[in-house]
Design a protein around this ligand. Structure first.
Ligand code: SF4
Length: 410
């Protein structure tokens, strides 16, 4: 019978499946005894340093793993400390994460550990909706208990035209006031177009975008990434596990083959997905929500071990991507929205469903869904989604998923 790991409901086999052998080594090197494996591999004695890469024209060397702050940072102060200890020195938060509570948790950490603030490359974000950016940035800085952020992102850009001359002037003013060092945006909609546009704007320092093993081989995305790299725009990947909005299915043939293949090499399929992203040299860092020490140790191990995917392993990920294509929303919202005359931001609804089903975060899913205009939420049961389904390159069952979103998240 498998021995249960104390304080968790994971068996040792499940835990290895989650963090991989390398993750066990990292866990044993620094997490509380309750999570440490009894016989760590010898490599645990001398863990490798966290690799760093230059973030475009900012010139800053950031850790290749970024702590995504979309979780309860107030009650996870130990996790923040452990991330810093393991070299995860790029932290990302936003006003909208827990309605400011994520920023507040990081602020409490800086208040208790003032020296830590100097080591952290700190990023926060604001959506333009709601205006009053300066007032809201000041409040964010208060919550973070700091006088500046290293990088500020406009949150959730869907079209590069949202980067207006007024925003350019505001960014320059905030830089001059010392409140932000660098400026850019995040995007999980029409990412390739937004990136291509950013490459043409000399005032965008960095962009964080959805980027994973599913979208990275799209020639349009590759061209946009190259253009940004050439223009010196620093790039940060997010949504790297590429989860979808549908009900998780049992393992298909490609998934079973992929999981077995990676476990034989000592890492999990989740770690392999991170490695696939790091193999793009233009990506400076990868932002991951790491709300517990299991995920943190797994991701840190993947970042540190420097083992690259072999050709057949990349192929294995590719086969899995194909097998599950119809479960993934690729964020190309301009296609389905245009087909519907712009009445429903389909990929925003898909994102809410993804948070519920793939991330297992029903509260976050409801918050994201609830942020959509009420008339949009009302329309989900009435709109004829067949033109959007015809336009969708992933072949998603949009009508059915929109109805599920309304029932699940309203
Ligand atoms: S539903 Fe289809 S067309 Fe719309 S964003 Fe998702 S993948 Fe693209």
């Amino acid at each position: 019978m498998s021995r249960k790991i104390k304080d968790t409901d994971l068996t040792r086999r499940d835990f290895v499946k989650t963090v991989g052998l390398a993750g066990l080594a990292v866990a044993a090197a620094g997490v509380p005894a309750a999570l440490a494996a009894p016989e760590p591999p010898a490599a645990a004695a001398q863990p490798a340093a966290m690799p760093r890469r230059k973030l475009g024209k900012t010139g800053v060397d950031v850790s290749i793993l970024c702590l995504g702050g979309m979780f309860d940072t107030i009650n996870n102060q130990l996790l923040l400390r452990q991330a810093l200890k393991w070299g995860v020195t790029y932290w990302d938060t936003a006003e909208s994460y827990g309605n400011g509570l994520s920023e507040e948790g990081m602020g409490r950490f800086f208040s208790r550990n003032p020296e830590a603030r100097k080591e952290i490359f700190l990023v926060t974000k604001l959506q333009t909706k709601g205006g009053k950016l300066t007032e809201r940035l000041n409040k964010a800085l208060q919550r973070l208990q700091t006088d500046h952020v290293d990088l500020f992102f406009i949150h959730s850009l869907t079209d590069i035209n949202e980067m207006t001359p007024a925003l350019k002037a505001w960014a320059a003013e905030m830089k001059k006031a010392g409140k932000i060092k660098f400026f850019g945006f995040s995007t999980h909609t029409n990412m390739a177009d937004c990136l291509a546009g950013a490459a043409k704007l000399d005032w965008i320092d960095a962009v964080m975008m959805t980027y994973n093993f599913r979208v990275m081989n799209d020639p349009k995305m590759q061209a946009a990434v190259d253009a940004c790299a050439k223009a010196g725009v620093g790039l940060v990947a997010m949504k790297t596990q590429a989860g979808g909005p549908g009900t998780p299915k049992g393992p298909g043939t490609a998934k079973a083959e992929m999981v077995d293949r990676f476990l034989k090499r000592g890492f999990t399929d989740k770690q392999a997905k991170l490695k696939a992203v790091w193999e793009t040299p233009q990506i400076a860092s990868l932002c991951s929500q790491m709300p517990n020490l299991t995920i943190l140790s797994s991701n840190v191990a993947a970042a540190r071990d420097q083992v690259k995917l072999a050709g057949e392993e990349s192929d294995s990920l590719g086969r899995y991507a194909l097998e599950t294509e119809a479960d993934y929303c690729a964020g190309c919202g301009n296609l389905c929205q245009a087909a519907l005359g712009g009445v429903v931001p389909v990929n925003e609804v898909m994102r809410s469903l993804m948070y519920h089903r793939y991330y297992g975060e029903p509260e976050l899913a409801r918050l994201t869904f609830g942020a959509l205009p009420s008339e949009v939420r009302q329309r989900l049961a009435e709109v004829d989604f067949s033109p959007a389904e015809q336009a969708c390159p992933q072949g998603l069952a949009i009508a059915s998923l929109m109805r599920q979103a309304k029932e699940l998240l309203a």
